[in-house]
Design a protein around this ligand. Structure first.
Ligand SMILES: NC(=O)c1ccc[n+]([C@@H]2O[C@H](COP(=O)([O-])OP(=O)(O)OC[C@H]3O[C@@H](n4cnc5c(N)ncnc54)[C@H](OP(=O)(O)O)[C@@H]3O)[C@@H](O)[C@H]2O)c1
Length: 324
C-alpha cells in the first residue's frame, strides 16, 4: 500500500505522520505519478503550523518529480513512463504516489535528474516570476535578495545576476555569505550585523535599491522599505520570520512614493501558457549553466520532521529534497 505524510492537527514537526493511504485512480484530466523526489518548501511549514490554514486532516508538500503511471480520460500530451514534475496549488506532495491535474505537470528535460527537478521547480518558477514578471530585472538594476543562500534565494540571485543586475544578498551567517557570493551576489550583507539601508545605499551609489525581494517578512520588512530608492518596488513574497503587520499607505509615500506588492506563484502560473513559458525559461537558464541548482540536503520522506526542524532553524542551504 502506498504511504504518505498526513497532518491531523496543526503544530510542530511532531504532527507529521507517516501513514498508509488508499491508492487512487486518476479522474478526467488527471495523471497518477509514481514520485521519486519531492521538494521541501517553506510554505509546507506554514501549512503544518496553520499560518496558512487548511481543513484537517491534510497532506503537505506542493511539488514533486517522478514518472507517469496512469492517465485519466481526456489527458493529452503525456503518456505512461514520461518523466515529469509539477507544482500544485493543493498540498499533498509528501507521498509515494499522487494524482494531480495534468495541466499542472511539465516534462523534465533529459539531463535534468528527478532530484534536480524537485529541487528546482517551485523555487525556480518563483524566481522566474520575481525577475521576469513582478519586475523585469534590467542591466544595472540594484536588487536586494533576502535569504540569498536559501532555496529560492540562490536561484533568484543567480537569475538576477544573469540579467545584469547588481545583486546585494542578505544572509544570516558568514558560511551562507560565502555560498551567496559564489551564486550571483556581488555584495553580501549579514542580517543582524549590518545596517541594511545604509549599506545598500552605499553599494548603489547613494541611490538605494530599484527592487527588494523580501521573503523573511516581519523581521526585515521595514528595513527593506528603507533600502529602496524613490519609486522603488518592495516585493514581500514570504514570511519565514512571521507575517508582516499591516502598514499605512502613507508609509510608502513618506519613503519616496514606493510600490508594494505581495505576490504568489500560483497567480502567476494559473494559466497553462504561463506555466509552460516559465518552465521553459527555467530549464533554459539551468541548461545554459546561468543558474546552478544546489541541493544542500536530502532526507528520506519518513524523516521529514527533521527536515522541517532544520529549515525552520535556518540550518539549510539551497534546496532540500525528500526521497519517498
Ligand atoms: N510568494 C510565493 O509564491 C513564494 C514561493 C516560494 C517561496 N516563497 C517564500 O520564499 C521564502 C523562501 O522559501 P524557501 O523554501 O526557499 O526557504 P529558504 O529560503 O531556504 O529558508 C528560509 C530562510 O529564511 C531566512 N530566515 C530569516 N529569518 C528567519 C526566521 N526567523 N526563521 C526562519 N528562516 C529565517 C533563513 O536564511 P538566513 O539564515 O540566511 O537568514 C532561512 O534559511 C519563504 O518565505 C517562502 O514562503 C514564496
Amino acid at each position: 500500500m502506498p504511504h504518505a505524510i498526513r497532518v491531523h492537527a496543526h503544530g510542530g514537526p511532531e504532527v507529521l505522520q507517516w501513514e498508509a493511504v488508499a491508492a487512487s485512480e486518476p479522474g478526467p484530466g488527471e495523471v497518477l505519478i509514481r514520485q521519486t523526489a519531492i521538494g521541501l518548501n517553506f510554505i509546507d511549514v506554514y501549512e503544518r503550523t496553520g499560518l496558512y490554514p487548511g481543513a484537517l486532516p491534510i497532506g503537505l508538500g506542493r511539488e514533486a518529480a517522478g514518472v507517469v503511471e496512469a492517465l485519466g480520460p481526456r489527458v493529452r500530451g503525456l503518456k505512461p513512463g514520461d518523466r515529469v514534475a509539477y507544482v500544485s496549488s493543493q498540498p499533498g506532495a509528501y507521498a509515494q504516489e499522487r494524482v494531480v491535474a495534468a495541466d499542472r505537470v511539465v516534462k523534465v528535460p533529459d539531463g535534468v535528474s528527478d532530484r534536480l527537478a524537485a529541487a528546482a521547480l517551485l523555487k525556480g518558477l518563483t524566481a522566474w516570476f520575481l525577475v521576469r514578471r513582478t519586475h523585469r530585472v534590467a542591466r544595472g538594476d540594484a536588487v536586494v535578495v533576502h535569504a540569498a543562500a536559501g532555496g529560492v534565494g540562490l536561484i533568484l540571485a543567480q537569475w538576477a545576476n544573469h540579467l545584469g543586475a547588481r545583486v546585494i544578498g542578505v544572509v544570516g551567517s558568514e558560511s551562507k555569505a560565502e555560498v551567496a557570493r559564489t551564486h550571483g551576489c556581488q555584495h553580501v550583507l549579514l542580517l543582524g550585523r549590518d545596517d541594511l539601508p545604509a549599506r545598500v545605499r552605499e553599494l548603489s551609489g547613494g541611490e538605494g535599491a530599484r527592487v527588494v525581494y523580501d521573503s523573511v517578512g516581519k523581521d526585515t520588512f521595514v528595513a527593506s522599505l528603507d533600502c529602496l530608492r524613490p519609486l522603488g518596488l518592495m516585493v514581500s513574497y514570504g514570511n519565514a520570520s512571521g507575517p508582516v503587520p499591516p502598514i499605512a499607505p502613507l508609509d510608502l509615500a513618506r519613503r519616496g512614493s514606493l510600490f508594494l506588492t505581495r505576490p504568489t506563484l500560483f497567480h502567476y502560473t494559473a494559466r497553462r501558457a504561463d506555466l509552460e513559458r516559465a518552465a521553459r525559461e527555467l530549464f533554459g537558464v539551468i541548461g545554459s549553466g546561468a543558474v546552478r541548482i544546489e541541493i544542500g540536503q536530502c532526507y528520506a520522506l519518513q524523516d521529514v520532521a527533521q527536515a522541517h526542524r532544520d529549515l525552520e532553524a535556518r540550518r539549510t542551504i539551497g534546496s532540500t529534497v525528500l526521497i519517498p
